[in-house]
Ligand binder design. Structure first.
Ligand SMILES: Nc1nc2c(ncn2[C@@H]2O[C@H](COP(=O)(O)OP(=O)(O)O)[C@@H](O)[C@H]2O)c(=O)[nH]1
Ligand SMILES: [Mg+2]
Length: 196
């Protein structure tokens, strides 16, 4: 699959601001700075659809991108940003929970982790959350250009083990910098939509 057209359809902090639930949605979650915006730009072939920021933690909204007039990519606000107040953290939790729990047209959440690091406590928590809602099973390991081919296998094994993934779950190494792995992600998105 190729994403030929994409546009920001809605920016939401609460369910009443979501677009209609008429189209299938695939969401992306991950720690701030993990490379989510870069990946979304790569997938959509647009330089600046999702902002890439040097200052993490800025996106505090759920952004809905309409793709090929056929499905939506949903950018969930990043977690793990140290400078959030307790109130902001609570708002983040509520925002994510509302969406994961109630969105009937949400098919899957693709979780991003940095390929170099063992998933953090918050990564694990997020993934457990996805398991609870039956939305788990696909992890993108970002910034794969930062490690050698040799290290890659080891790092992926570590991610699988730490997140307690099943054998039929997948970890896809991606580099937005080198533009690798993008086809594998698009293929999976296509399959999720076709199988629904
Ligand atoms: N080396 C490398 N750096 C990346 C890659 N993807 C993102 N980055 C960098 O990581 C930082 C955060 O990226 P961004 O896409 O804004 O992450 P987000 O906060 O998860 O949306 C930026 O400085 C990016 O240039 C990648 O594949 N390889
Ligand atoms: Mg971002």
């Amino acid at each position: 699959m190729k994403i030929k057209t994409s546009e920001l359809e809605s920016v939401a902090v609460k369910p009443s601001q979501y677009p209609p639930s008429n189209l299938p949605e695939i969401a992306f979650a991950g720690r701030s700075n993990v490379g989510k915006s870069s990946l979304l730009n790569l997938l959509t072939g647009r330089k600046n659809l999702a902002r890439v920021s040097g200052t993490p933690g800025k996106t505090r909204t759920i952004n809905f991108y309409l793709c090929n007039n056929e499905f939506r990519i949903v950018d969930l606000p990043g977690y793990g940003y140290a400078k959030l107040s307790r109130k902001q953290s609570a708002e983040w939790g509520e925002m994510i929970e509302n969406y994961l729990e109630k969105r009937e047209n949400l098919l899957k959440v693709i979780q991003l982790v940095d390929i170099r690091h063992k998933p953090s406590a918050q990564d694990i928590q997020m993934y457990d959350y996805l398991k609870y809602y039956g939305l788990d099973g696909i992890v993108v390991a970002t910034k794969s250009d930062k490690i050698s081919n040799n290290e890659r296998t080891k790092c992926i094994r570590e991610i699988r083990k730490t997140l307690d993934m099943n054998s039929d779950d997948v970890v896809i190494p991606v580099s937005s910098l080198k533009r690798t792995g993008e086809k594998d992600v698009l293929e999976i998105i296509e399959k999720i939509i076709a199988d629904r």
